[in-house]
Design a protein around this ligand. Structure first.
Ligand code: AMP
Ligand code: ZN
Length: 113
């Protein structure tokens, strides 16, 4: 997707603080952190949102979660963490490239909204 900010980050056209990369997953620090550790994990393939995951592309989600476990160890999140996906307007998704937030490094609030 030519106008997708996360596709541009994956291609290196926009700078990011990379924390993890493999053949199908890229992860980088959120520019506006909401917790001491706030990382975005994205598929390299452009998928707009969780609602666009289907039988043909869903393997990327398994790869993302395998990456999340590695990143959590790398970041020292031994007490746990939260993984969030915002989807669509009601989910307040602002960037239309599927991404999972890893939040951690402190005790997070119980309220999920
Ligand atoms: P969401 O609201 O779930 O779509 O989250 C999008 C996230 O992307 C927000 O937490 C933003 O702070 C983050 N973000 C937007 N642009 C960048 C960027 N260039 N580098 C890192 N994070 C970004
Ligand atoms: Zn994209």
């Amino acid at each position: 997707m030519d106008d997708c900010i996360f596709c541009k980050i994956i291609k290196g056209e926009i700078p990011s603080t990379k924390v993890y990369e493999d053949a199908s997953v890229y992860a980088f620090r959120d520019i506006h952190p909401m917790a001491p550790v706030h990382i975005l994990v994205v598929p390299k393939e452009h998928i707009a949102c969780a609602d666009d995951i289907n039988d043909d592309n869903c393997v990327c989600v398994a790869r993302i979660f395998a990456a999340i476990a590695k990143i959590a160890k790398q970041e020292g999140l031994t007490n746990g963490y939260r993984v969030i996906n915002n989807c669509g307007r009601d989910g307040c998704q602002s960037v239309k490239h599927l991404h999972f937030h890893i939040l951690g490094g402190k005790q997070l609030p119980e309220n999920m909204g």
